[in-house]
Design a binder for this molecule. Structure first.
Ligand code: ACO
Length: 328
C-alpha cells in the first residue's frame, strides 16, 4: 500500500531578487554565485509564511478536486513559521476551513517534505483518507544578510500536495546524524529571564556563536554530508521499493546547490537530465523545494502514469530522506 498524489499546488512570491542585488550590501558577485551554486535569482517577500502556505494549500486542493472539509489531517513543514505556537498547520486548517482535520507541524529542515510523505503513508495505512501536506518557508526572515556565504542561497516559497492511499508501493529511507547538528542551525530569539543565572542561559550556546534567529552554516561540512546522503537515501529507498536508481524516470532533489546535484548524479551513475532542477530561478527554499518542483512537473504534464519518481532531501539536523513512488 502506498501513496497517490491527488493534486499539487505552490506559491512563489512575485518579488525577484538577482545576484547583482546582493553586491550592494555584501562582497560577492554574480559570477561567484552562479559558478559555486547555480543560483541566478530567488524570490524574497515580506508575505507571512501562513499566507504562502494557505495559497499553496488552496491550489493543491483545487487541483485535487478535494474540499477542505474532506481532509482528515494537515501536516505542515517549516523552519520559518511566523509563530512559535500555534503550528502553521493549525493556522492553515482554520483559514481554509478544514474543520474535520487534525493539524500539526514537523521540522526536519530541507528533508521535511519527504518525512511528511512518509508520515502520511503511515496514517493512510491506518485508515486516514485525505491528507494535505504543505511545506512553506520564508527563509528571508531567518537569513543573516551580513553573511555572504549563506544569504545568497536562500529564497521564499511554498508547495503543497493532497494524498490518499494507493495500491501501488511507496518506499522511503530516512536518516539523521545529530552529531552534525552544529554545522547548520538557527537559534531561537531568547527573552532575558530575571530568575536564572546568565551562566545557565549560556548553555544553550553549545553550537558556538551565531546571530540569534539567523541561519548559521558550515557550508563545506554540509556539502560533504549532502552528497553522501543523497545517494544513500535514494539507493536504499529504491532497494526497499524493489528497483534501482537507474530505473527511476524522474528525481526531484532538494535544491541546495547545483554542484551537489551534479555530484550525486555522478555517484548514482545517472544522467543529470533525470533530475528536476529549478535552483537557478528560486534558490534554496528548504522544505518547499521538493513540493514546488512536484507542482511544476505536475502542471507541465510530466508526472505521467507509470513513471517511477524519486524524491530526496537533506538539511539541518543533520537529516536526510529519500522516497520512491509510482505515478498513477
Ligand atoms: N561571494 C563571494 N565569495 C564567497 C561567497 C560569496 N557569496 N561566499 C563565500 N565566499 C568565499 C569564502 O569566503 C571563501 O573565501 P576564502 O577562500 O578566501 O576563505 C571562498 O568563497 C570559498 O568558500 P567555500 O565555503 O569553500 O565555498 P564553497 O565552494 O564550498 O561554496 C557553499 C559555499 C555554496 C555554501 C557550499 O559549501 C554549499 O552549497 N554547501 C552546502 C549548502 C547546503 O547544502 N545547505 C543545505 C541545507 S540549507 C537549509 O537547511 C536551509
Amino acid at each position: 500500500m502506498g501513496i497517490r498524489i491527488l493534486g499539487t499546488g505552490s506559491y512563489l512570491p512575485e518579488n525577484i531578487v538577482t545576484n547583482e542585488d546582493y553586491t550592494k550590501f555584501v562582497d560577492t558577485s554574480d559570477e561567484w554565485i552562479v559558478k559555486r551554486t547555480g543560483i541566478h535569482r530567488r524570490r524574497i517577500t515580506e508575505t507571512p509564511t501562513f499566507v504562502m502556505a494557505e495559497a499553496a494549500a488552496r491550489r493543491a486542493l483545487e487541483d485535487a478536486g478535494v474540499s477542505a472539509e474532506e481532509l482528515d489531517l494537515i501536516i505542515c513543514t517549516t523552519v520559518s513559521n511566523d509563530y512559535m505556537t500555534p503550528s502553521l498547520a493549525c493556522v492553515v486548517q482554520g483559514r481554509i476551513g478544514a474543520k474535520n482535520a487534525i493539524a500539526y507541524d514537523i521540522n526536519a529542515a530541507c528533508a521535511a517534505f519527504v518525512y511528511a510523505l512518509d508520515m502520511a503513508n503511515m496514517y493512510l495505512k491506518n485508515g486516514y483518507r485525505k491528507i494535505l501536506i504543505v511545506s512553506a518557508e520564508s527563509l528571508s526572515k531567518i537569513t543573516d544578510y551580513t553573511d555572504r556565504s549563506t544569504c545568497v542561497l536562500f529564497g521564499d516559497a511554498a508547495g503543497a500536495c493532497v494524498v490518499e492511499a494507493s495500491d501501488r508501493p511507496f518506499a522511503s529511507c530516512l536518516g539523521c546524524d545529530g552529531t552534525g547538528a552544529h554545522s547548520l542551525f538557527a537559534r531561537q530569539h531568547r527573552n532575558e529571564i530575571p530568575l536564572v543565572e546568565l551562566q545557565e542561559l549560556a548553555e544553550v550556546d553549545q553550537f558556538g556563536p551565531a546571530r540569534d534567529g539567523a541561519i548559521y552554516m558550515d557550508g563545506r561540512e554540509v556539502y560533504k554530508f549532502a552528497v553522501g546522503a543523497m545517494s544513500k537515501a535514494l539507493t536504499e529507498a529504491c532497494e526497499k521499493f524493489g528497483t534501482a536508481p537507474a530505473e527511476l524516470d524522474l528525481i526531484v532533489p532538494h535544491q541546495a546547490n547545483i554542484r551537489i546535484i551534479q555530484t550525486a548524479a555522478k555517484e548514482l551513475g545517472l544522467p543529470l537530465e533525470r533530475f528536476f532542477v529549478n535552483i537557478g530561478e528560486y534558490g534554496n527554499t528548504s522544505s518547499a523545494c521538493i513540493p514546488v518542483g512536484l507542482d511544476q512537473l505536475n502542471r507541465a504534464g510530466k508526472l505521467t502514469s507509470g513513471a517511477k519518481v524519486g524524491l530526496v532531501g537533506f538539511g539541518a539536523g543533520l537529516v536526510y530522506g529519500g522516497c520512491v513512488f509510482e505515478v498513477e
